[in-house]
Design a protein around this ligand. Structure first.
Ligand SMILES: [Zn+2]
Length: 296
């Protein structure tokens, strides 16, 4: 039964490839990068990097990429290294490049996420109506949620899901393999571009710093995998937090000089505009709140 499914998947790839535009064909095919004994990073395809943990009896996939072809390629690549079926798909957060592919996985998979991430599935995003609120898609939305921690067992292998607080969104989780000291942290880290903080999803840069400090304190992870970077170590994560704090301090300074957002943005690089805008709004909103709370 399973064999037929994968043969079909392969045929579908060949079939789909014939109809791809030149631009689509340029997408690098999905591949698995071995990180530790049972943890792999899923590279290529359309959408963010994902992860896969090959347990003794079950397979757990982290994040779903964003189109059918990428999901089929992911399933085929996993089949090449594991006999077990995919039991779980964990969404690290609700951004499209991590969840759109959910609907192309078999519905027998259990979808797991933080409660706030599940809530985001059904909310408008950047003014666009959610397209998950259709009964046909319900089986592909997170059916198992948690608020703080969840331990999962792949045979005798333990996988910990942790929530350390608000950051890039309000529902970002960390998937941690304690024995192999690998953590998959979704979009809580970026390399080569500033950290993304989704204000529209109530993400917050100051809370992000606290969340990340908590994560480093609580987890003795040595390797950090994420959606848009090569694997990094603790040092890179610490540096990334430090850069965020430096940006925040710089913005605070300009706010204290009564500079407008436009004037503040001029002091930064163009690619920092989105983050700086979030930081600026967080500071000025907090000041406005404090002044109404304490009029004297
Ligand atoms: Zn992403």
């Amino acid at each position: 039964m399973k064999t037929i499914k994968y043969t079909e998947a392969l045929l579908l790839i060949l079939f789909t490839n014939a109809f791809l535009t030149a631009q689509e064909r340029e997408t690098v095919p999905v591949s698995l990068e071995k990180i530790t004994e049972s943890v792999y990073q899923i590279n290529g395809g359309q959408g963010a990097n994902g992860g896969v943990i090959i347990g003794e009896s079950e397979v757990l996939v982290i994040d779903a990429k964003m189109n059918e072809e990428s999901v089929i390629q992911t399933i085929v690549a996993i089949k090449e290294i594991a006999d077990e079926a995919i039991s779980y798909l964990v969404n690290t957060h609700s951004d499209g490049d991590h969840i759109m592919g959910n609907r192309y996985f078999p519905s027998s998979v259990t979808f797991v996420a933080h409660k706030n991430c599940r809530d985001d599935f059904f909310k408008d995003n950047f003014g666009r109506e959610s397209d998950w609120d259709e009964p046909e898609f319900y089986p592909f939305t997170p059916s198992l949620t948690f608020k703080k921690n969840l331990n999962m067992w792949l045979g005798k292998e333990k996988v910990e899901l942790h929530y350390f607080g608000v950051g890039h969104t309000t529902g970002d989780i960390v998937v941690f393999h304690p024995e192999q000291k690998v953590a998959f942290i979704g979009d809580l880290y970026f390399s080569g571009r500033p950290q993304l903080v989704h204000s529209n999803k109530n993400g917050n840069s100051f809370k992000y710093v606290k969340t990340m400090m908590q994560m480093l304190e609580k987890l003795d992870a040595e390797i950090f995998l994420s959606g848009h970077s090569d694997p990094v170590g603790r040092e890179e994560i610490e540096k990334h937090i430090q850069v965020m704090v430096e940006r925040q301090n710089k913005v605070k300074e300009f706010v204290s000089q009564d500079k407008s957002l436009e004037e503040t943005l001029k002091e930064f690089n163009e690619n920092e505009a989105r983050l700086v805008t979030s930081i600026y709004n967080e500071i000025t909103e907090q000041e406005a709140e404090q002044s109404t709370e304490n009029p004297y």
